[in-house]
Design a protein around this ligand. Structure first.
Ligand code: HOZ
Length: 429
């Protein structure tokens, strides 16, 4: 494949944008490459400015569950845009959106729309602190909750990929208010609660991780976390920015049958536009201004274009009783065949999948269940695999520590073409 135009575009971007990108992991740094510049996307495909076509498993990092530029979503955005792009005032669609979210995720009794997943998690944490009148928060190593100061402590995603899991710029005061535990290690949570239990406002986690790659919680771990939060009056926040409407219509909490106190959402809820949301128990949500004293606001919150895109996306999912069954069939097909290839080419790797999100971990281990397991991965092997796949027309997330996504627009032909390309990559590793 030829990437000349993308290379030139990156050289130009670097002069004007820090690192040439508006979000670090996009720079392809950890895969020793320079990014492809996207010109357009439709269905399961993205196209770069050199004219290369890729079968896309990034799905704009999760939102594109219907595929790119879904015609119903585009129609909804166009109609909304014709009526004005921002009012900074209430609209009927915001209430319809809130009702639909509550219907799909029953633990949410009241919901506030914001503009990104980062904003949702920052606001949910402030709310939990305001509600409990406590300061400490527990997060898990490798879990990523956006770039709010409190969460950039042993964080996943780009922060991990680029070697800054605890970012400079976060004050020591903020860092001291964030305690870290180990995912799938309940004793690490008990240790923190035995020392600080009465001071812990919130425990936040990705109930199924995506930002250190896909790792599911054990039953013991997730029920134990729920129980200890209940015991201490700590607000349990499920960060479902990635898993919300992705692993099931009711998110990870539906699959795991665990009710958090608050849920943060993003990605799919915006149908490809910038949206986040947080919601949960009414008693907690009622602490938000103007009903309560905890402040949070935004000119573009509940933006009419974003609501239109999000509502069209969620309605389409909600109106198709077979939606998640169809996604599961596609994702399971890939999983089975990829595991055959892993064996055939004796690749030291573990394929973790929950629904339509998955990660291929390049590790000698037999299973990947913890952050320490994730850290055994051979990132240079991943980089090789990534670049071979890219050259064969498969667009994967450019980091070992991310999830890949299958959309409803991926066809059987796409899946088989993907497997052919991956087989070539495996043969060369
Ligand atoms: N934090 C996102 C992945 N988990 C990256 C978003 C982006 O670069 O667009």
């Amino acid at each position: 494949m030829i990437f000349d135009k993308s290379i030139a575009a990156f050289n130009e971007a670097i002069k004007h944008i820090p690192g040439g990108v508006n979000s670090p992991v996009r720079a392809f740094k950890s895969v020793n490459n320079s990014p492809v510049f996207i010109s357009k996307a439709k269905g399961s495909k993205v196209y770069d400015i050199d004219g290369n076509e890729y079968i896309d498993y990034v799905g704009t990092w999760g939102p594109a569950i219907l595929g790119h530029a879904d015609s119903d979503v585009i129609d909804a955005i166009s109609k909304a845009a014709a009526g004005g792009t921002s009012f900074g005032a209430p609209t009927l669609l915001e209430t319809e959106m809130a009702k639909l979210i509550k219907y799909m995720i029953p633990s949410i009794e009241s919901v506030r729309m914001v503009n990104s997943g980062t904003e949702a998690t920052m606001s949910a944490l402030r709310l939990a602190r305001g509600y409990t009148k406590r300061e400490l928060v527990v997060k898990f190593e490798g879990c990523y909750h956006g770039h709010g100061d409190s969460f950039l402590i042993k964080a996943g995603s780009g922060a991990l990929t680029l070697g800054e899991p605890s970012s400079p710029g976060v004050t020591s005061g903020t860092a001291h208010s964030t305690l870290t535990a180990k995912f799938n290690d309940l004793s690490s949570v008990y240790d923190l609660f035995s020392k600080y239990g009465e001071q812990i406002a919130a425990v936040i986690l990705e109930p199924i991780t995506g930002n250190m790659g896909v790792v599911a919680p054990t039953r013991e771990f997730i029920t134990g976390v729920r129980d200890i939060c209940t015991k201490y009056g700590t607000v349990l926040i499920f960060d479902e920015v990635m898993t919300g409407f992705r692993v099931a219509s009711g998110g990870a909490q539906q699959l795991l049958e665990i009710k958090p106190d608050l849920t943060t959402l993003g990605k799919i809820i915006g149908g490809g536009l910038p949206v986040g949301a947080y919601g949960g128990k009414k008693e907690i949500m009622d602490c938000l201004s103007p009903k309560g004293p905890v402040y949070q606001a935004g000119t573009l919150s509940g933006n009419p274009l974003a609501m239109a895109a999000g509502y069209a996306t969620l309605s389409k999912i909600n109106n198709n009783p077979n939606f998640y069954g169809q996604l599961e069939d596609k994702a399971l097909y890939l999983e089975k065949k990829i595991n055959v290839l892993i064996n055939r080419y004796s690749i030291p790797a573990v394929y973790n999948r929950v629904g339509s999100m998955s990660t291929l971990f390049f590790t000698e281990l037999e299973t990947v269940e913890t952050f320490d397991d994730v850290m055994t991965c051979d990132t240079s092997k991943f980089a090789q695999y990534f670049n071979l796949s890219l050259n064969a027309g498969i667009y994967l997330a450019p980091s070992q520590f991310e999830a890949g996504f299958v959309s409803i627009a991926h066809t059987q032909y796409d899946l088989d073409k993907t497997l052919e390309a991956l087989e070539l990559a495996f043969a060369r590793l």
